[in-house]
Ligand binder design. Structure first.
Ligand SMILES: CC(C)(COP(=O)(O)OP(=O)(O)OC[C@H]1O[C@@H](n2cnc3c(N)ncnc32)[C@H](O)[C@@H]1O)[C@@H](O)C(=O)NCCC(=O)NCCS
Ligand SMILES: Nc1ncnc2c1ncn2[C@@H]1O[C@H](COP(=O)(O)OP(=O)(O)OP(=O)(O)O)[C@@H](O)[C@H]1O
Length: 200
């Protein structure tokens, strides 16, 4: 039976960067962020629920979700965030399990579930091992602002919507320190995969 790795971290600590490295080893990655976009495409059940709760003001002219507008609402209001999570998360979980099992049935040696809210949503039961990608808080803020071209306020409101990276590090089976170069991150990943007998 293949090993299921739960890859997490806090926002902008480098999960997607490490996901790409897994793919270089031909280890498949199921990406919860990607699925969370898919389940709210127009016509899907979760889309209809989001519109009925948040109103047409969060739609763009082409009737797709205005993610920036919705983000401004939910990253500044815990109650609203919970309402959105309660709609989107069950649909994401269902798709995630389906994809995970498809890879396991195919006989893959390992499968990665890249889930930003792995600990917050108590999803550790879906995985065998947890791997946290960590950076110092100043690096996190800097990289987030640069990547999203966001203000300090916007970035901080997103960071504060999740458990701190320190808490996640404490709960992890293994941690990758992503403060340094991507090469150093790659080397740490390789060592962990050897330790878990995924690479020989
Ligand atoms: C609010 C939304 C529309 C904003 O979209 P946007 O394109 O700006 O951001 P994106 O989806 O790419 O998320 C970027 C990062 O924000 C963080 N994040 C997203 N949603 C949440 C949340 N509900 N709580 C805490 N952090 C979150 C994650 O670290 C994620 O990697 C979107 O994030 C969303 O639908 N969130 C609810 C679903 C969710 O929890 N997704 C994350 C894991 S399934
Ligand atoms: N070792 C590194 N050195 C320099 N920049 C990096 C490094 N790792 C990641 N980055 C950059 O930091 C930003 C955040 O990384 P990434 O998008 O992988 O984070 P994430 O954890 O997937 O974010 P999110 O929670 O939003 O999905 C990106 O712009 C990425 O290119």
């Amino acid at each position: 039976m293949g090993i299921v790795i739960g890859l997490t971290g806090s926002i902008a600590t480098g999960k997607s960067t490490v996901s790409l490295m897994f793919e270089e080893y031909n280890i498949p990655v199921v990406d919860a962020d990607k699925l969370s976009r898919k389940v709210v495409e127009p016509g899907r059940e979760a889309y209809n629920q989001v519109v009925s709760v948040f109103g047409e003001g969060i739609l763009r002219d082409d009737r797709t979700l205005d993610r920036k507008a919705l983000g401004e609402i939910v990253f500044n209001d815990e109650g609203k965030r919970k309402q959105l999570n309660d709609i989107v998360h069950p649909a994401v979980r269902q798709e995630m399990v389906r994809e995970r099992d498809r890879y396991l049935d195919r006989g893959d040696k390992a499968v990665v579930l890249d889930i930003p809210l792995l600990f917050e949503s108590n999803l550790t039961g879906y995985v065998d091992k947890t791997l946290v990608v960590a950076v110092d808080e100043e690096v996190q803020l800097q990289r987030l602002m640069e990547r999203d071209e966001s203000s300090k306020e916007e970035a901080l409101s997103r960071i504060r919507s999740q458990l701190s990276i320190t808490e996640k590090v404490r709960m992890a089976d293994e941690v990758i320190d992503n403060n340094g170069s991507k090469r150093e991150t790659y080397d740490q990943l390789e060592a962990i995969l050897r330790q878990w007998n995924i690479l020989s």
